[in-house]
Design a protein around this ligand. Sequence first.
Ligand code: PAF
Length: 304
Amino acid sequence: MDSVTTAAELRTRIAAWRRDGARIGFVPTMGNLHQGHFSLIELCRRQADRVVASVFVNPTQFGPNEDFARYPRTLAQDQAGLAAHGCDLLFAPAVEEMYPFGIGQTVRVEVPVVSAPLEGERRPGHFAGVATVVTKLLNLVRPDVAVFGRKDYQQLLVIERLARDLRLPVEIVGAPIVREANGLAMSSRNQYLSAEERERAGLIHSVLLGMQDEANAGAAVAEIERLAYNALEAAGFVVDYAVVRSAQTLLEPAAGQRDALVALVAARLGKTRLIDNIEIDPDAPVQSLFERDHASATNSRTDL
Ligand code: PAF
């Protein structure tokens, strides 16, 4: 696997593949790669002849009190991991390459509505930073297919919307969440957790499974959210949100709505902010609350 740092080198390499008729796949990342990222590379590999990855810690998506400076940067390790998982080319630009006029003068891409709730409320400007850098990267690589993780569910919706609205000729693919043995969704930020917090953080997934069960059993959304919030707070999390939303719009579902739903959680454990979600299939078999209570001893769901 080769690595390039400039837009010019990147374009030259990709142009040669295109001339050979190759289908180009792309996986953008901020580095500090783990099995979750490698699963994106492997999925991309199955959908493309050539796989390009980027490693760029994007300053414009971090708020002033967020972890941009201490975000883990592990380029040599990332290169080895990408090569081992079938990546053909790494693009690892400097900030000046991505923001040639400086961050203050960059053209910004805003995706209204879907960026507004949840993460958008708690992290002002975050999705404009993501949308801006993803648009730049897609414009540089011009991939046929680009793969993003479903753990950042709202980010995926924002990127799908920007690609459709800007008429970018790229297929956006959402890859399944990869979890640790205790259910904790893999994330570069998990390394900020102590060993005890890491174990306790598995509760988020159990709570999400419980929310899914309650939704499929027909419980009221407000009640599902209240119970999830309480379960997390009781275990020492500081909860930003624990909500059930329409899977396509992230709006609160209307009573009796049969659209697909998603349950989303953002919570702090110590100094670490974790996000996770579960997509709720409205056609999944409904397990009644009574049955679920009796089955709970044999599965890992958290009784809400
Ligand atoms: O999900 C990420 O790692 C980042 O938000 C992304 C999509 C690479 C943009 O910087």
